[in-house]
Design a protein around this ligand. Structure first.
Ligand code: ZN
Length: 327
């Protein structure tokens, strides 16, 4: 009898805005992961990451009913089971890897438990590693402020320090030292402009220590965290958006954990992807997409302040600057 074939799973985690999707986008274009099955879990009702990833061998699968560590863990197990049978019945292309991108607030612990507890997942898949993206521009005090961020670091077999091009060399070194102290077993790799090659990651996974087997209790992180989607169907100016966001920041401080979405700018042409986190500020980039394949607008993820109220403020600020949001 041929030995049973198991499919390696890579769990990619990292805090809101750490650059998980950009890394994933690079890796699935390389031979090592070109035929990978990608599962994306995002907070907010309008998915963006899966749209930004573009098309690989198969469309990325979306876990839609909430965060996989706490609200939708059953969904992740069922999806892995379905994928196993879909492949068996040749309803999907063969895949040699499963790459799971968690939400930015996920605690990897319960997801690791789930991978161990489901019979079919245990028999047919194997966890190759937990990769945690960590933004080099992060204030490391945030590790104390956000327990999820700390758990993501502790659960990592490999940490990818992202945005190293945006931080001073001294800052990068001190963040790296802080992460190594928090998780001495993890390998830390540096990445700039999401440029870490898949080969370096795989090398680190092969030579790294075992994946942490201890289970961590799920934080009730979704308590106090809210998401809202502000539709923005009409073209807007980058200055108006910047001005409106400055108002949000002066009113709500760091309560806006993350802003992301696809918008049309007044100068026409391709769509633009908008990202903001408290550490990075506002970034507006060419999305490489011309036609929207879903609603245009921004998802707000907030802690301590209702994201819907914040979206209303943002809408009012944009209206004041001459734009009519679609609400
Ligand atoms: Zn969760």
């Amino acid at each position: 009898m041929a030995p049973r074939r198991t499919t390696p799973i890579l769990l990619l985690t990292g805090f809101l805005g750490a650059g998980k999707t950009s890394l994933l986008k690079r890796w699935i274009r390389e031979p090592a992961f070109r035929d990978a099955m990608v599962i994306v879990n995002e907070l907010g009702e309008v998915g963006l990451d899966q749209r930004l990833l573009g098309v690989g061998a198969e469309q990325p699968r979306l876990l839609e009913n909430g965060c996989a560590c706490c609200q939708a863990s059953g969904d992740l197990a069922s999806m892995l089971e379905d994928l196993f049978y879909d492949r068996l019945h040749r309803n999907v292309q063969d895949f040699s890897w499963v790459l799971i991108e968690t939400t930015g607030l996920a605690d990897p612990g319960p997801i690791l438990d789930l991978l161990r507890d489901s019979d079919i997942v245990r028999e047919r898949y194997e966890l190759a590693g937990v990769v945690t993206a960590f933004d080099a521009c992060t204030d490391t005090k945030d590790l104390g402020r956000f327990p999820e961020m700390k758990r993501q670091v502790e659960a990592a077999s490999t940490i990818v320090l992202t945005h190293c091009d945006l931080a001073d060399a001294g800052v990068v070194a001190s963040v790296e030292a802080c992460l190594s102290a928090a998780n001495p077993a993890a390998r830390v790799l540096r990445s700039a402009k999401a440029g870490l090659p898949a080969g370096e990651l795989l090398e680190a996974l092969h030579t790294g220590g075992p994946v942490a087997s201890r289970s961590v209790a799920a934080a009730e992180h979704t308590r106090g965290v809210t998401t809202a989607f502000l539709p923005l169907p009409d073209p807007l100016s980058a200055e108006a958006l910047r001005g409106a966001l400055n108002q949000i920041e002066s009113r709500h401080g760091k309560a806006l954990l993350r802003l992301k979405g696809l918008v049309k700018l007044r100068d026409g042409g391709v769509l633009h992807v908008v990202h903001a986190t408290p550490s990075s500020g506002l970034e507006i980039m060419d999305a490489g997409i011309v036609e929207p394949d879903g609603p245009l607008g921004l998802t707000l993820i907030a802690s301590g302040v209702d994201a819907h109220a914040m979206a209303q403020t943002l809408a009012a600020q944009l209206t004041y600057r001459g734009l009519k949001p679609g609400v």
